[in-house]
Ligand binder design. Structure first.
Ligand code: PHE
Length: 344
């Protein structure tokens, strides 16, 4: 019997297995119910063995079984790791550098919002935030939009509820109302955020976009302060040779009101496609706070004055990176987004 065990041990060790078929053959021959090892166990009568060698014989038989089982498992694992039945024994080289996972980047709107905010932060402006679903008072009434006045039509509003009206904010000026209600002057704050207007989506318009608005309220704030703040901002943001100009305009919450243009930083004011040969590009609205707005927010307009301005972040991003279609910002196309991976 011991000879038989020895013989089987040798054949098991010598059995060469290079494929899954051979492995299966091995299993059938040695490990299956009708295999050689099992039949040897079954066909052996322990009573016929002398008691002094019974123990060692049992041990030898077990050893044989473990040997076959371990060989089977090891080779099975190797073959599976090597992929298909291609007879390759793959080795893993642990000293190879790993393949790096591709990291995402920030969205261009976030990049530019931060650039804008950083300039104002250095001038002492704080950051303020407010709800995107807003009541009529904060989006319109406090900002001097009279009831049923056509000025409310200027901003194609999405209404969530009527009477009393709840709207998707049409501008982040609503955040400035909230700041003025809750803080005492001097106030210097910047409110970036998402805003909504019921406009058909095209290369130049969207029903959802981002604004960044600024507010400064203190004693003796003048239009000269407004001009200087925006002049400094434009130079920091678009380059030190940038010029600005103001054109008269109308907003219910500012008086006087203006649209602000900067000299085209692509052609340096000479005229190009981006500025439609005019040398100037519009970047936002601005003006001195209407005294009614201060009163609505419990600030005495006889003591305090202030200015406000607002810009579209998409517009500035489009100018800065010469992006021709506004829809690209919301399509999440990685071919577009990847180009801003290293923008700061
Ligand atoms: N809130 C205005 C708009 O959305 C922009 C603006 C802000 C104009 C502040 C003047 C002063 O169009």
């Amino acid at each position: 019997m011991l000879d038989k065990i020895k013989e089987l041990t040798q054949t098991i060790e010598a059995f060469s297995i290079d494929s899954k078929e051979q492995l299966e053959q091995f299993r059938l021959e040695y490990l299956s119910k009708k295999g050689k090892i099992t039949s040897m166990f079954d066909g052996f009568d322990f009573k016929t063995v002398a008691p002094e060698i019974k123990k060692s014989m049992g041990q030898e038989m077990n050893k044989l079984k473990v040997l076959a089982q371990t060989k089977f498992e090891e080779i099975q694992e190797k073959l599976n790791a090597g992929g298909a039945d291609n007879n390759t024994h793959q080795k893993i080289d642990t000293s190879l550098p790993s393949i790096p996972n591709e990291l995402g980047g920030r969205h261009p709107i976030s990049v530019v919002r931060e650039q804008i905010y950083t300039v104002f932060e250095r001038m002492g402006f704080s950051l303020s935030d407010g709800p995107e679903i807003e009541d009529d008072f904060h989006n319109f009434t406090a900002l001097n939009f009279p009831e049923n006045h056509p000025a409310r039509e200027m901003q194609d509003t999405f209404f969530i509820e009527r009477n009393p009206d709840i709207v998707l904010r049409t501008h982040t000026s609503s955040v400035q109302v909230r700041v003025m209600e809750n803080q005492k002057p001097p106030i210097r704050t910047i409110s970036p955020g998402r805003v909504y207007r019921n406009e058909a989506i095209s290369a130049r318009a969207h029903c959802m976009f981002h604004q960044i608005e600024g507010l400064y309220v203190d004693k003796n704030v003048s239009f000269a302060d407004l001009k200087n703040t925006l002049y400094h901002f434009s130079k920091e943001m678009f380059g030190k040779d940038t010029q600005i100009r103001f054109r008269p305009s109308f907003f219910p919450f500012t008086e006087p009101s203006a649209e602000m243009d900067i000299s085209c930083f692509i052609c340096n004011g000479k005229g190009c496609n981006i500025c439609k040969q005019s040398g100037w590009v519009e970047i936002g609205g601005a003006g001195m706070l209407d005294p009614n707005v201060l009163t609505n927010c419990n600030i005495d307009p006889k003591v305090y004055s202030g200015f406000a301005f607002g810009m579209g972040i998409e517009r500035i991003t489009m100018l800065k990176y010469q992006i021709k279609d506004l829809r690209l910002f919301t399509e999440n196309d990685v071919r577009f987004l990847r180009q801003f991976k290293h923008a700061e």
